[in-house]
Write a protein that binds this ligand. Structure first.
Ligand code: HEM
Length: 492
């Protein structure tokens, strides 16, 4: 009763935001690309919580880490839902846990992922991550111009191997090319402000032949692709667990074993969509992170040299670093942190949805609002990170308590926080440590021997990527080259 009275009195105190017009609300002001940059600029005018209304759909942008913590973490029972209608749902993405509404099905799927990728369970995947990192560096030494393709291949190999026990045959393997294509659709389907049907759900009932209903045909096509991408590797894994071709351990096999090989139709459904979420969650995010790392290293030779020195001091040159060495390499951890801070792969995370009316610092946040955390701005707020555009791993003073604040934002919030965080950090560490221990990352040179420094832009969308750039890679010593050709046999 009290809350409803407070809400009533706060009816007129929605958070500030751009002007709202009748019917369309603030649709005209919604940025068509890179919304995190515009929302960040708006922080100066409107403050850290911004209210928009797109054709009746309330949207709340959260520009402050403190507010995100207080709302999405501390009030997580109210803030853990996802938007339930619109293009993402029409395209089938709401079947997999990242976009599932908060509830039992989400809980079942999430449990499967959380078990297999818990901090203690993932040590059994270390050797897969380390071996693929070595293969990556070897291929890059052969031809550094293949950086983008090789990264997709190696990150894809890791995630598909640990999820289904399948080892990719190469870059053209459909088990890799199909999910990459589906991730492009995912980025488009979930980009806020793109689809009118996200705000006017009744449009989904348009007859398919009407002008303007093209999005329905697109959604149908995307939905079919998603279905195949989710079921095909799962069915392969199920069949080949019996033939012995599926490599162990892997997530599907672990779930089968725990159930004595007998899954009900419902359990099988949960497993298919949970594994599909792992594939989707782990592919583009880790590729984007590793690309930003290579770019940052090429542009910052002094940072690179300092990291190499740390590895030489702590590990020496007779073996390669393994993921177990991470706690003893604080400078390398600062570099990883700075990579995440400078360009978080998901600049606005994933939208949460608010289940009930709420009041925050006297402002009314209406039930059903989409909550968009502007992670990018939280990590570029000059009051918290002075000179935010400078790549400076020293800003953390090697302190884990300072570093930790970055992944705590980059991997999302509350009950929806990324369940793949520690596995993702393992893949990233394996790549970063292996390449720094063995190579120098240099800019390419033109025909006259001048360094070519690329002008890199970042794409818009749910997961952001740097535009194409090239690197040069020089192996440090013959011994380093020799170490790279061994698989990691760490029995962890
Ligand atoms: C650098 C790598 C990664 C980053 C930056 C990242 C970031 C995120 C973010 C921001 C969210 C949304 C959290 C929220 O709603 O507040 C998320 C969700 C999710 N991520 Fe990751 N992620 C990464 C890697 C992975 C990996 C490797 C996996 C697979 C094991 C994974 C699986 C998932 C899943 C299943 C969800 C949905 C969780 C839910 O809705 O309950 N992610 N991730």
């Amino acid at each position: 009763y009290l809350l409803s009275r407070v809400i009533h009195s706060a009816q007129n105190s929605l958070p500030p935001g751009p002007r709202r017009w009748p019917l369309i609300g603030s649709a005209l002001a919604f940025p068509s690309t890179h919304p995190w940059l515009t929302f960040g600029k708006w922080a100066k005018t409107y403050g850290k919580i911004i209210y928009l209304d797109i054709m009746g759909q309330p949207l709340v942008v959260v520009n402050s880490a403190k507010a995100a913590r207080e709302l999405l973490d501390q009030r997580s029972a109210m803030y853990s839902d996802r938007p339930t209608s619109g293009m993402a749902e029409l395209s089938g993405f709401a079947q997999a846990l990242p976009m599932k509404p908060y509830g039992d099905v989400w809980r079942q799927q999430r449990k499967l992922v959380a078990q297999d990728f818990s901090q203690s369970a993932i040590t059994r995947y270390h050797s897969v991550q380390e071996t693929e990192a070595r293969k990556l560096v070897r291929s890059l030494l052969e031809d550094p111009s293949t950086l983008f393709d090789q990264l997709k291949l190696r990150v894809g190999t890791i995630i598909i191997r640990v999820t289904y026990g399948y080892y990719l045959t190469g870059q053209q393997d459909p088990f890799l090319t199909a999910p990459i294509e589906v991730m492009v659709n995912f980025a488009k389907a979930t980009a806020p402000g793109t689809w009118i049907v996200d705000y006017v759900p009744v449009l989904r009932y348009l007859p398919r032949w009407t002008p303007g209903a093209g999005f329905l045909r697109t959604a149908e096509k995307w939905s079919k692709m998603l279905w195949d991408v989710s079921w095909d590797p799962y069915l392969w894994s199920k069949k080949n667990l019996e033939t012995g071709q599926a490599l162990l351990p892997n997530m599907c096999a672990s779930v089968f074993r725990a159930a004595d090989g007998k899954l009900s139709a419902e359990e099988e459904h949960h497993l298919v969509w949970a594994t599909s979420a792992v594939l989707g969650g782990g592919l583009d995010t880790n590729t984007s992170t590793a690309l930003v790392f290579f770019l940052a290293m090429m542009l910052n030779p002094a940072v690179q040299a300092k990291a190499r020195q740390e590895i030489d001091d702590v590990i020496g040159q007779d073996r390669l670093p393994t993921i177990k060495d991470k706690p003893s390499l604080p400078y390398l951890r600062s570099i990883m942190t700075e990579v995440f801070r400078s360009n978080p792969p998901g600049p606005m995370g994933l939208p949460h949805a608010l289940r009930k009316d709420d009041i925050y610092e006297g402002m009314h946040l209406p039930k059903g609002s989409l909550i968009l955390p502007n992670i990018w701005y939280m990590l570029h707020d000059p009051e918290i990170y002075p000179n935010p555009d400078e790549f400076n791993p020293d800003r953390y003073n090697n302190l884990d308590s300072e570093m930790e604040k970055v992944p705590e934002l980059v991997f999302g919030f509350g009950r929806r926080v990324c369940p793949g965080r520690f596995f993702a950090e393992g893949t990233f560490f394996a790549i970063a440590a292996t390449v720094l221990a063995t190579c120098e990352i240099l800019p390419p040179v033109d025909s006259e021997g001048n360094k070519v420094i690329p002008d890199v832009r970042f794409s818009s969308g749910t997961i952001t990527f740097p535009s194409a750039f090239e690197i040069n890679l020089k192996c440090r010593t013959p011994k380093a080259f020799e170490l790279l050709s061994r698989d990691s046999t760490d029995p962890n």
